[in-house]
Design a protein around this ligand. Sequence first.
Ligand code: SF4
Length: 450
Amino acid sequence: MTQQDATSRLLTASVPRYTSYPPANHFSDSVGADDSARWIAAVPEDTAVSIYLHIPFCRRLCHFCACRTQGTASDRPLDAYVGRLETEIERVTRLIGRRQPVSAVHFGGGTPTILRPDHFARIDAALRGAFAIGPDTEMSVEVDPTEIDEDRLDALASMGLTRASIGVQDFDEAVQRAIGRMQSVEETTRAVAALRDRGARSVNVDLIYGLPHQTTTTLRETIDAVTAFAPDRAAIYGYAHVPRMARRQQLIPQDSLPGPAERLTLFDTAQRLLAWAGYVPVGIDHFARPEDDLARAAQEGRLFRNFQGYTTDAAPVLLGFGASALSRFPQGHAQNAAASGAWAKAVDEGRLATARGWALDPEDRARAEIIERIMCDFAVDLPAVAAGHGLRLADFSAELSRIAAHLGDEVDIDAGRLRLTARDGRFARLLAAEFDAFLSDESGRYSRAV
Ligand code: SF4
């Protein structure tokens, strides 16, 4: 395998981002409400859990976004949604049977900051009544700077906000027009300062490369503006253009998009600029100030990957609330009904809203751990992980042969211990994919590896 072969594969391959194993598109209705009820009831007593609340509403619907979101001009659907979240929280905690300690609460969406201050207060009261949330619990919220005001900022502060994440994508006006998301440097800078004033000790910014009309110049200007307000973390994701699945993306003409080689140049540019600004790389697409928890965890081999991306949160149980929310248990994954209507019906009928998932067997667990280590450390001790799950190195001999054939010099193999030779992890998804037993017939359904 020559360097060129591996690079061509990198430019053309479509592979999962591995925020779970198996990836969520392999979940099936073999898992339902009865399974999640059993898994919830079995949450170990002395273990802190992580909580995810999904708010699937937005005031604007950006053309590039593949999230399942619902546009709303009125607050009426929000009032009803928050009421059902309260019910769902109460139902799940009744199954647990005690006030379980919580390591982290994350509000994602959609646009969580579309909620009014009284909505946040109600959800906070429901959570604190049902769970043991203390001063050490991380409280993070995805914030839209165009959808935040003083009252909402105060509501986040009252909840004990510790982290915030802000979507920027690209500040260039032509790019923003093409993706239907106008957001100025000034309002973003103001939002970051206000969040810090209200207690957010870590602010993350999300950027995207591969957007329509994006060039290394627009990206450089964006990163210059971002580093000027000095977020603690930045993530740069590749835009995945899948208009057949995400219909809003049909508004983005294919010929306005950078090609595979230009995407790689854009990513390289972003990496270099963030490194010059003092950020250290974390995993495949995150960057953090050296003193940030995420950078320290990466250095110390304490990085984890869950549905939200890279995290320092080691909680073995993630409880997801809201439409389409994902939960993770030692026994498997469970996902709530994706459509708000189906989720609402389940909540109103007194049921758990689990619609699909995946029950893990010992081999799935081994593959999940191998893939998580590759995505976090760019290395994995295959014999050690295999032994931990009652398997042997020989059980992965087909994978080792494929890795030698597909990735050649990009991977060092020493007695079953694998390590990517490049430090930036650009081949991590391809290496992880070699251990994905679900992948064989799925090419084209995932985003590009770069
Ligand atoms: S990018 Fe954010 S604001 Fe835009 S549609 Fe997606 S979730 Fe909504």
